[in-house]
Ligand binder design. Structure first.
Ligand code: 13P
Ligand code: SF4
Length: 310
């Protein structure tokens, strides 16, 4: 059973008190539950959250997201305590490539530049030349010597999107986000036909046939910024439905139509207010990437962060 509004407010106040007491910052991804987004110090996409994690002066980072995000925070801020309130919140796509598979791939085809989506484990990042997010993938690819071949992990859809935008020689691992990859062009066409005046905004984790139908392709925060600055009133949203909370709250005069009501990432929804209270009270679960992996992974993440954002 869900929590009452009164109980939620009580828990949010408790969280605010604990954040002060522990000198902690609460970072939440745009796909988190509404009540988590509302209590967070910053709600953002993977790139914004990584940047904030690298810059915070707080002692503790509470990451309401999935495991690879907390790992990235630990890589960038090795002296901070990084807490992931629900240890089992993972990313199925990040788990689609292991470090031994990447090492084998590099052995079979040496000489390629390895570009890893931040949705990877720390040890995969450590074997990569540079990281990217959905917000900066095109810029990251463009920053690479045009004579070099590129191998992208783990998302085949993000890789194909980057290839279509840059015309670079890119091959990829066969991973995908189960939530975005499931979206069918027929579903999009149906919703578009029912809403001919709406713009279709899609995340680059969607398959190429879906992206072909999009008016704009953007990261989660890219979608939020686009909507804010657009004079359009109606939007079909092609990403995980957690983003609808921020969109509706920030734009009460605009209408948002989820392209598919089942685009829900179960892992992103694992974290509740009570989990955050317990995480701060008990200071767990601590995510700490061992320094021998972190030091290598940091190079790939920092190389990405050195590329100016839009
Ligand atoms: P962004 O918020 O960076 O667009 O990423 C989407 C995602 O799937 C994160 O897990
Ligand atoms: Fe991973 Fe997809 Fe969930 Fe993002 S939405 S955490 S990519 S499974």
């Amino acid at each position: 059973m869900g929590l009452t509004i009164e109980r939620m407010e009580e828990l949010k106040n408790r969280i605010r008190g604990l954040l002060k007491e522990k000198n902690a910052i609460l970072l939440a991804h745009n796909y988190q539950r509404a009540e988590i987004q509302d209590v967070a110090d910053l709600c953002g996409d993977s790139l914004e959250l990584s940047i904030r994690a690298s810059k915070t002066e707080k002692d503790v980072i509470v990451f309401c997201g999935v495991h690879f995000m907390a790992e990235t925070a630990s890589i960038l801020s090795p002296n901070k305590t990084v807490l992931l309130p629900v240890a089992a919140a993972g990313c199925p796509m990040a788990d689609m490539i292991t470090v031994s598979q990447l090492i084998e791939e590099k052995r079979k085809n040496p000489g390629r530049v390895i570009v890893s989506y931040v949705n990877t484990t720390a040890d995969v990042k450590a074997e990569s030349d540079i990281c990217c997010t959905s917000a900066n993938v095109v810029k990251v690819v463009e920053s690479i010597d045009p004579d070099k071949e590129i191998f992208m992990t783990p998302d085949k859809n993000l890789a194909q999107y980057a290839k279509s935008r840059t015309q670079r020689r890119i091959t990829w691992w066969n991973g995908f986000c189960p939530i975005h990859n499931n979206l069918k062009p027929s579903q999009v066409k149906k919703v578009k036909a029912e809403n001919p005046d709406a713009l279709f905004l899609a995340h680059p984790e969607c398959p190429p046939e879906v992206l072909e139908l999009a008016d704009e392709i953007k990261s989660t925060s890219g979608i939020i910024a686009f909507v804010k600055n657009s004079s359009h009133k109606r939007f079909i949203i092609g990403t995980e439905n957690g983003i609808l909370h921020t969109l509706s709250k920030a734009n009460p005069d605009k209408v948002f139509i989820p392209v598919a009501p089942d685009m829900i990432c179960a892992d992103m929804k694992k974290t509740g207010l009570l989990d955050v209270v317990k995480a701060l009270e008990q200071m767990k679960t601590i995510v700490k990437v061992p320094e021998e992996i972190a030091s290598k992974a940091r190079k790939a993440v920092e190389k990405m962060l050195a590329i100016p954002a839009d």
